[in-house]
Design a binder for this molecule. Sequence first.
Ligand SMILES: [Zn+2]
Length: 422
Amino acid sequence: MKPEIAGSESPMLGDLIVGRIDELAAISETEKHLTRIFLTAQHRAAADLLLSWMREAGMRAHLDAIGNVCGRYEGERSGLPCLMLGSHYDTVRDAGKWDGPLGLITAICCVADLHRRGRRLPFAVEVAGFADEEGVRFSSTLLGSRAVAGTFDESVLNTRDKAGLTMREALQKFGFDPDHIGAAARARRELLAYVELHIEQGPVLEEKNLPVGVVTAIAGATRLAANLTGMAGHAGTVPMALRRDALAGAAECIVAIEEFCKADQAGLVGTVGSIDAMPGATNVIPGRVSFTIDVRAPSDAQRKLAVAGIVRKIEAIAKRRQLTLQLDITHENRTVPCATWLKGQVADAVAAEGFAVFELPSGAGHDGMAMIDIADVGMIFVRCRGGVSHHPDEHVEVADADAGARVLLRLIENFRPRDAAE
Ligand SMILES: [Zn+2]
C-alpha cells in the first residue's frame, strides 16, 4: 500500500525519527527481544539517551521523581504555560519498538526542528517521556503519567515484582525517594493541553489507506469474570437431555456476546479472551466453567448499556440451561474523550498536510487516561502495518512516521490555547 504523501519543503523528519527508534530499541534486557522495564538498568540507559536528545533539541531536561524524562522548550519568554507532548518509553516483554517511543521521539524531533529554525512560540512546549505505562513489573499501569497528574496511588509502593522486590525498594535502588513521588506532579495551570502521537495498534487506518488519524476518545473498558456451574457427569452414561453442561452453556454465551457486539455499528467491541473448564477431562461433562469478558466502547453510556444487555443475554442462557451463574465486574475504567477544540486543531493540521481527515476511537489505553485529570487531551494516530502491536513485528513505514511528525509539528506551530481557540 503506497502511503499518501503531500509535498513539503521541510526536511524528512521521518528518517531522523526511524533512526532514533532503532537506537532506542537497542536498549533492551536481552539482545534478541525488546524488553525495557521500569526501574532497571535499561530504563536508566534509555532515559540518558532521551535526555541527551532533548538537550540537543534546545530543551532543559531532567529525570523526575519517578523516572519520567521531562524536557522544556521555553516560549517567547520564560515561564509560560506549556503545550505538553508525550508518550511512554517502557515496553511489554518481547515488544515492538514503536509503541510509545514513536510519540516521544517524534515530539523531541519536532522541538528540535523549532530550535533549528530559532522559532519561539507564545507558549512553552514540554515533552514528557513516561517511565511506566504498560505496568509490566508491578501489574499497575500508567505509573509515570499518574505521578505527573498527581494521582499516583501510594498503595502500589508495596506491590512486589516477580523477584519479590517492592516498588518502594526498587525506587530506592534506582536512587529515588519513594516518599517524594509527589514532586513529579504538575498543576493544571501549567498545562494548556496534553497531546500524544501514538501508533494506532489496530488495522483501521491501513484499511482506509491513511497514514494518520484523529482520535476521538480513549475507550473505557469493563471486564467481567463469569462462572457457570452445571453438573459434571460421565460422558458415556448421561443422556443429552439430562445434561447441565457448563462448557456448552459458556460456548453459547460467547457466541451471544459476539453477536451482540457485531450488531452494534458504533465501535462497541467485546472479547472473551480466557476460559477454564473443570474438571477438564475428555470423558467428563464439564461441571464448572469460568471465562472473562472485556467490553469497550467510545462512550461510557454506550458501554454501560452494552454490559447490561450482555448480562441479560447470559442470564437468560444460564436460566434456560439450568446453570448457576455468577458474574463479577473485575475492572472498570472510564472513557477519556479527546477535547473537541483540540480534535479540531489536530484535524486542521492533518488537512493542512494534505491528508484526508479521519476520526477513530482508541481501543487501547494510553497515558491520556491519567493526564485528563490535569489537562484537556488530544491524540494523533499513525498507521502501523497490519494493526500488529505488542509484538516484534510491529512496524511503521518511514513515510508514515514522517507524516505523523509533520502533522504534529503543524499542530504545535498553529496551536491556539483553549480560550483563544473558542
Ligand atoms: Zn503505548
